[in-house]
Design a protein around this ligand. Structure first.
Ligand code: TA6
Length: 277
C-alpha cells in the first residue's frame, strides 16, 4: 500500500537529500541523506488515514503507551495535521516546514482540553531537526506525556548498539514494567526489548546502522529514551510489520514519558530532536 501523494509534504534540499512527511500524524516517513534512506518504514505500513503508520517518526501525544481515555500513544499520530508553512528555504539554506494540530470536538470528547501542537521540521545539510511544542490554550493546567517514536533503518539489528544509557534506571516493559539499572556502556539488542530509560543523556550514538555508520540523536527537553524492537514473534503478530522486518529496524525514541509534563494555562512546552548522520 502506498500513501496518496496528496497526503505528503516533501522537503527537497537537492543533492539527493529529502524528507517526506505524511499529514496523518505529521509522520515523517522518510529522511534520505545524500541518497541513503535513514528511516525505517514498514513495507506493510497502512496509509488509510486512520491507523497509525508503522514506521517513520510518529508523534506521540497526549499519552505515551496504553491510555484509558483513548487510543494507545494518544491521538496526535492518528490525526490530520495542518500545514501552516509549506517547505521553504531558510536563511541558512535549510528547508523547513511547519505543521500544527489543535484540539477538536473529537479530541475534546477524549481529553477535554484546548491545545496547539506545533511541529517544525528542518532538513539541514547533514541533519534532520524536529522541534515539537505544546501550547495550553485552556483555562486550566493539564498533564501530558509526549515522544517522537523514531524508527531507524539498520542493516542488522544484531550488530546495532546504543550509547548514553549506562548507569540509568529503566522500566522494562518485557518484565512487567519493573525498574532495573543499565550497567552496559552500550545497549545491544538480541531479543524483544521494550525499555523506558529515565533521565537519559541528551546524546545517543546508534552504532552500525547502515554500512557500519553511526547515527547521532541529540535531544533537548525530552528527558527519557525508549528503546524498542519487537523481535521475531511479536513482529510476526503485527500485520503491518511482519517477522521479515524486525532485523532492519530499531526504535530509539526521545520523549518525556517517565513522568508527565504539567503545563499551566497559556504556557508552552518546547522540546527538540536532531538526527545527524
Ligand atoms: O515505544 C515502544 C512501544 O510502546 C512498544 O510497547 C510497542 O507497543 C510500540 O510502542 C509500538 O506501539 P504501536 O501502538 O505503534 O503498535
Amino acid at each position: 500500500m502506498s500513501p496518496n501523494p496528496k497526503d505528503l509534504l516533501v522537503l527537497d534540499r537537492g543533492h539527493n537529500t529529502t524528507c517526506t512527511i505524511h499529514l496523518h500524524g505529521a509522520t515523517v516517513l522518510s529522511w534520505i541523506l545524500k541518497g541513503e534512506e535513514k528511516i525505517f518504514l514498514s513495507p506493510k505500513a497502512v496509509f488509510d488515514n486512520k491507523k497509525a503508520i508503522r514506521g517513520g517518526i510518529p508523534v506521540v501525544f497526549p499519552c505515551f503507551g496504553p491510555w484509558e481515555l483513548g487510543p494507545a500513544h494518544g491521538f496526535a499520530r492518528i490525526s490530520r495535521w495542518e500545514v501552516i508553512q509549506e517547505p521553504k528555504k531558510t536563511e541558512a539554506g535549510d528547508i523547513r516546514a511547519i505543521l500544527v494540530l489543535t484540539d477538536s470536538e473529537s479530541s475534546r470528547k477524549l481529553w477535554n482540553y484546548s491545545f496547539r501542537l506545533t511541529y517544525t521540521v528542518t532538513l539541514a545539510e547533514n541533519s534532520l531537526v524536529t522541534d515539537f511544542s505544546v501550547t495550553n490554550k485552556s483555562s486550566e493546567s493539564f498533564d501530558f506525556t509526549c515522544l517522537l517514536h523514531t524508527y531507524f533503518r539498520v542493516d542488522d539489528i544484531n550488530t546495532v548498539s546504543v550509547s548514553g544509557l549506562k548507569g540509568l534506571k529503566y522500566a522494562d516493559k518485557v518484565r512487567d514494567g519493573n525498574l532495573f539499572s543499565e550497567d552496559r556502556e552500550v545497549v545491544t539488542i538480541r531479543e524483544n526489548v521494550d525499555r523506558v530509560y529515565i533521565a537519559t543523556e541528551n546524546t545517543h550514538l546508534i552504532s552500525n546502522t547502515l554500512d557500519g555508520k553511526t547515527l547521532t540523536i541529540s535531544k533537548s527537553n525530552f528527558p527519557d529514551t525508549v528503546v524498542w524492537n519487537p523481535w521475531k514473534a511479536k513482529a510476526a503478530a503485527m500485520p503491518d510489520l511482519g517477522e521479515e522486518s524486525y532485523p532492519n529496524m530499531v526504535c530509539v525514541e526521545a520523549g518525556h514519558v517517565s513522568s508527565p509534563v504539567n503545563l499551566s494555562a497559556g504556557a508552552t512546552y518546547n522540546a527538540s530532536q536532531t538526527l545527524q548522520a
